[in-house]
Design a protein around this ligand. Structure first.
Ligand code: ADQ
Length: 493
């Protein structure tokens, strides 16, 4: 599986493997095993589905997925307990290319992140997006009862809510979480089938975004582009085509306790072996970046700031190593290939310019790391740099804080990440394009007294633990429950 965001009816886009999180694999004896992901939305959804005996509808891929299903394309999870059903949808190669690598990732992704110039609306892609959304809607309608709650994830399913609404009883609750930003009405003007997308999303009872700004922009877009809709701005409630949609901001969190536990378990031997594997001197100060190789993540901007930093701060040469983990993603889309080349060239240039026989300024890796290694890096990094140009939330910033159990690090955070609304007050804020200020901030962080850094990170860690994945999940279901019955009980759902 490509390491990319998930594309399924109730999965996430937080970069676990595509397409389904609880993926199947075949062991050499052809026994089917279920791979359980550590942390992330999938791990959070698992217990919810177990409790509700629900159905998870996901696009399946590969031989093991096909072998695992029964004649109704369903698998019981976990196999020995049958707590919930995983229903697979099968997409042709053409559908994957047009629906996923086409309309979802060449149109909606750049549009929502304000990269209109990268929009590539190829003939046929929109039609495939429509068809696959219909396929999901039909599958949903085959699994619902009068009282069902349907929860959709992300921009791959923008038309689906209205299509589901047409196919299921009125008593069914439909909710959706949009994991990426929502653009301004001016940017949204560039969206092919924009009205259809808005109408699709207004099939929901509840539509969630990470932050108020995106929720507000969505309401503005409806106001601007959908004259038949009735918009009540103070409550962000929209009536359209006989349905009422509540638009809310519910910032997503990470599984903070698990990150902290895994980090605490990292022993010095493990850390030494990671350092020797990547040729990092343990006595150096360590900077860290962890991203999918995506043009929204601001990696070239970060490298520019690092180059300026090394240019200006001769004493830090040989004393500071920046580890950049960049995971290739959507590599058959030209904009991503281009970005990969730019990043690799820039790393090489910086290393050629400042590196010595004993020291590399930038340690660059495209490896997918096991969770323990990732946590070891988070725990030991003196400065974490999260510098997206646009990002719905950014979970890496939160994972770092949860994992930095010794409270010895510092977070440099872009003012364009959704996470900035939650963490901006005590992080070191940068604007990704202001290279000089970015470089100065790196220098400032590296020279700030331990006490001040500890005080900042301790506040931030409390926030990440207070608003973790579990609390986000509860919040979603409490809001759905409120809409259904006017009560708040999550456990009764
Ligand atoms: P993404 O754009 O994928 O998600 P992000 O929130 O940063 O971005 O999450 C990335 C995840 O992938 C993190 O959990 C990180 O640990 C993991 N990861 C990255 N590289 C890795 C590697 N090499 N090895 C192992 N793990 C790696 C979208 C939106 C975000 C939003 C999330 C959740 O774009 O803005 O925060 O969904 O809603």
């Amino acid at each position: 599986h490509e390491f990319d965001d998930a594309t399924d009816g109730s999965s996430d886009s937080d970069s676990d493997s595509r397409p389904a999180e609880s993926g199947h694999s075949t062991e050499p004896d052809r026994k089917i095993t279920v791979d359980e992901p550590a942390g992330g939305l999938t791990a959070g959804l698992d217990p919810v589905l177990c409790r509700s005996n629900g159905t998870w509808i996901a696009w399946g891929d590969g031989e093991a997925d096909e072998l695992a299903v029964d004649q109704n394309d369903c698998v019981h999870v976990p196999p020995d307990d049958e707590a919930y059903t995983l229903r697979r949808l099968w997409l042709s190669d053409e559908a994957v290319d047009s629906y996923y690598y086409g309309f979802s990732n060449r149109v909606l992704w750049p549009l929502c992140h304000g990269f209109e110039h990268l929009l590539d609306d190829r003939p046929g892609d929109l039609e495939w997006y429509r068809r696959v959304n219909e396929q999901f809607a039909t599958a949903v309608s085959e699994h619902v009862s009068e009282e069902s709650v349907v929860w959709l994830q992300d921009y791959h399913l923008g038309f689906a809510p209205a299509l589901i609404r047409e196919r299921v009883p009125d008593s069914v609750t439909i909710a959706h979480f949009w994991h990426i930003p929502w653009p301004s009405p001016e940017t949204f003007d560039h969206c092919p089938a924009g009205r259809e997308l808005l109408a699709g999303l207004l099939g929901n009872d509840l539509l969630g975004f990470h932050v108020d700004r995106y929720a507000e922009l969505f309401v503005e877009c409806v106001d601007t582009h959908l004259p038949d809709a009735t918009v009540h701005r103070p409550t962000r409630t929209i009536r359209y085509d006989g349905n009422e949609t509540r638009v809310v901001a519910t910032p997503m969190g990470v599984d903070a306790p698990t990150y902290a536990t895994t980090s605490r378990e990292v022993d010095s031997g493990q850390w030494s072996s990671i350092c020797s594997k990547y040729d990092i001197s343990q006595s150096n100060a360590i900077g860290l970046g962890v991203d999918r190789l995506d043009y929204t993540k601001g990696i070239p901007q970060r490298l520019d700031a690092l180059e300026t930093f090394f240019e200006r701060n001769r004493p830090w040469r040989g004393q500071f190593t920046f580890v950049q983990k960049a995971t290739p993603s959507r590599t058959n889309i030209p904009a991503y290939q281009q970005l990969g080349e730019t990043v690799r060239q820039r790393v090489e240039r910086i290393n050629d310019r400042f590196g010595t026989d004993e020291w590399q300024p930038i340690v660059y890796t495209e490896d997918i790391l096991p969770q323990e290694d990732l946590c070891a890096l988070y725990r030991n990094a003196d400065v974490m740099v999260v510098s997206p140009v646009s990002d719905g939330m950014n979970l890496v910033a939160q994972e770092y804080l949860a994992s930095n159990v010794d409270e010895s690090g510092a977070l440099v955070l872009s003012n364009r990440a959704g996470a900035h609304e939650m963490l901006g007050s005590h992080a070191y804020t940068i604007a990704p394009d202001r290279t000089d200020h970015f470089a100065d901030t790196l220098e400032r962080v590296l020279t700030t007294a331990r006490g001040e850094k500890r005080q900042r990170i301790s506040v931030l860690r409390d926030r990440v633990f207070d608003a973790d994945l579990d609390s986000w999940m509860r919040d979603q279901f409490v809001q759905m429950q409120r809409l259904r019955t006017g009560t708040d009980s999550y456990d009764d759902l």
